[in-house]
Design a protein around this ligand. Structure first.
Ligand SMILES: [Zn+2]
Length: 247
């Protein structure tokens, strides 16, 4: 399943109150999976479960990491027991209203030490109310079986990493250069759809999901339209207007 279909599936499960409380995402690309699950977490925490962000308090807080409802655990070497216990304690604390949705993300779950895994198991099985676990890994076979068996597992393939620095559109958005944005539109009037799809996809992945998730949906729609529509010029122009509004 690609990540667009998976996002739709998860969106659907959230709306039916049918989302599994523990999900393990496996991907070959640790950077992209981070952006992906961060957006999934935001969608779960948002009271409207909005996709893309509706800029509510929880969406903004989730993106900026300023809310107590979301905890991200990331370590490059070994995830220690204390990090897990700290998270459980925070989520059990009374400062979070019981019925508010909480999400914890454990990146590189294969780095959970044995005692960390054991500390997590009970919470993974019997979490506090409205608590969701999102785990990521680049190699599910290295994640402890006891952890895996308590999660629903999805594999997400990402296209081979493209050097984002070569993408002019990403550069323009980062520089917030509105003039260059329109020049980009003019310059690409006659660019073929498949080239444009690649540029848009890459921009979506490296910049929009990270910094402008509020127009993520517009990007996905543009990709779809480029695939079927011959009016690529109009689709590109519309997208540029959306970008213009947020930079
Ligand atoms: Zn929201």
């Amino acid at each position: 399943m690609n990540r667009f279909d998976l996002t739709k599936k998860i969106e659907d499960e959230i709306s039916k109150h049918d989302l599994h409380h523990a999900i393990l995402f496996e991907s070959n690309n640790s950077k992209n999976i981070k952006a992906f699950v961060s957006d999934i977490a935001r969608m779960i925490i948002c009271p409207n479960n909005s996709n893309p962000s509706d800029n509510c308090y929880f969406c903004v807080g989730s993106i900026k990491n300023t809310i107590v409802n979301k905890i991200e655990i990331v370590d490059n070497v070994l995830i220690k027991k204390a990090q897990i216990e700290n998270m459980i304690e925070k989520f059990s604390a009374s400062l979070i209203v019981e019925n508010k949705t909480k999400v914890y993300i454990i990146h590189a779950a294969e780095l959970l030490a044995v005692d960390s895994s054991n500390a997590l198991l009970k919470f993974l099985e019997e979490p506090s109310p409205n608590t969701y676990a999102i785990l990521t890994t680049t190699n599910a076979s290295k994640v402890m079986t006891t952890i895996k068996s308590r999660c629903v597992k999805y594999s997400i393939p990402f296209e081979a990493e493209i050097e984002s620095e070569e993408n002019e559109l990403i550069d323009i958005i980062r520089r917030k250069d509105k003039k260059a944005l329109f020049l980009f539109g003019n310059k690409n009037k006659k660019t073929d759809a498949s080239t444009l799809i690649n540029i848009i996809k890459e921009t979506y992945k490296f910049e929009i999901l990270v910094n402008h998730v509020e127009i993520a949906k517009d990007f996905l729609e543009a990709i779809e339209q480029f695939r079927v529509n011959s009016f690529t010029n109009m689709v590109l122009e519309n997208l540029i207007v959306k970008i213009y509004e947020v930079i």
